[in-house]
Design a protein. Structure first.
Length: 104
């Protein structure tokens, strides 16, 4: 079952882990937030790099974010934590090769 919110944002349990995303795409609200807040991309720049979405989609994602700040921030934090844990558990193949080449 898909729940569509504000015409541009939908939540589908089996897609993107049930996280809110731009309707008809796999671009999550949190992706748009990261591009905008962490990478400093304007809404126009986001649409330029992802032409399958509209400016209205980007603004809807940002609007959804501001209406659900704690939820989206927690999702971003959880994903960052998961990525760091995986990085710590999985050594870099390049670093491993460099260590072997340097005799370490």
């Amino acid at each position: 079952m898909t729940t569509t919110l504000i015409n541009h944002i939908e939540i589908t349990p089996e897609t993107c882990g049930g996280k809110p995303r731009i309707a008809g795409h796999r671009i999550k609200v949190q992706d748009v937030v990261i591009w905008h807040e962490r990478l400093g991309m304007s809404p126009d720049e986001i649409v330029y790099h992802y032409p399958s979405i509209t400016l209205a989609d980007v603004y809807a994602a940002l609007s959804y974010y501001h209406d659900h700040l704690e939820e989206i921030r927690q999702q971003i934090t959880d994903d960052d934590t998961f990525a760091k844990e995986m990085q710590a558990k999985t050594p870099s193949l390049v670093q491993e090769k460099l260590r072997k080449m340097n005799g370490q």
